[in-house]
Design a protein around this ligand. Structure first.
Ligand code: PRP
Ligand code: MG
Length: 212
């Protein structure tokens, strides 16, 4: 039996992701949502689960520090890592949007923009396609603040319920892309541990189909 390391993004979707693994018979009896522990093992000692920052999951998988990663499509697009994306886990559903103050003109009428984002690569790609020159400001959180205090014209960020946008007096200007949590795999691991990885994927898949 191969030893597999799975890197899981800490945060909102972690509990649901653990449940998906549980449905695939990979259990972590020591796991508790309020625990500060970062490494867990299944009773069979075939799988090691490591909790990492969502923005780092692709790095762990690309470098082979983890064989498998569970992470949002937002982080995958921004990381542009050389990995396989093999399964949509249909968790953490949200979307990438452009948002800004309520008086922001339609994008067809702007010549250039300053865009604040945790995802400057995604922002650059989107506005390049639109033919709008932008300057990006990389922030690591509370991005909605940038247009409020005049640091940027608009933001590119993920929107789930829309509460953060609404409560900060902003509006959605354009939808960019739907996002959800994905399962990613290191390329070399997939070649050398194909059977074990495929088995996990198949088990998770059948769990997903049961939950539809
Ligand atoms: C995320 C995201 C948005 C918000 C979207 O921020 O960056 O701000 O959630 O969710 P909503 O549409 O349901 O309000 P997060 O809470 O992760 O904080 P951060 O951006 O400061 O890291
Ligand atoms: Mg935020």
């Amino acid at each position: 039996m191969d030893q597999l390391t799975i890197a899981l993004a800490k945060g909102r979707t972690a509990k649901q992701a653990i449940k998906l693994l549980q449905n695939a018979d990979i259990t972590f009896p020591d796991f508790h949502p309020s625990s500060r522990k970062l490494v867990f093992r299944n009773p069979e000692n075939t799988v090691k689960l490591v909790f990492v920052k969502s923005v780092d999951v692709c790095t762990y998988v690309e470098t082979g520090a983890a064989d498998i990663g569970v992470v949002g499509k937002d982080n995958i697009l921004e990381a542009d890592a050389d990995i396989y994306e093999l399964l949509d886990l249909r968790l953490g559903k949200c979307k990438f949007c452009v948002a800004g103050p309520k008086n922001t003109p339609p994008l067809e009428r702007v010549d250039q923009l300053t865009v604040a984002s945790k995802y400057p690569r995604v922002a650059k790609q989107y506005f390049l396609k639109k033919g709008i020159p932008i300057e990006t400001i990389k922030l690591n959180g509370s991005v909605e603040l940038a247009p409020i205090i005049g640091m940027a014209d608009v933001i590119v960020d993920i929107v789930e319920t829309g509460n953060t946008i609404r409560e900060n007096g902003l509006k959605i200007i354009a939808d960019i892309k739907d996002i959800s949590t994905r399962l990613i795999v290191n390329k070399a691991s997939f070649a050398t541990k194909t059977g074990s990885i495929q088995r996990i994927i198949d088990q998770i898949k059948s769990g997903l189909e049961c939950s539809v």
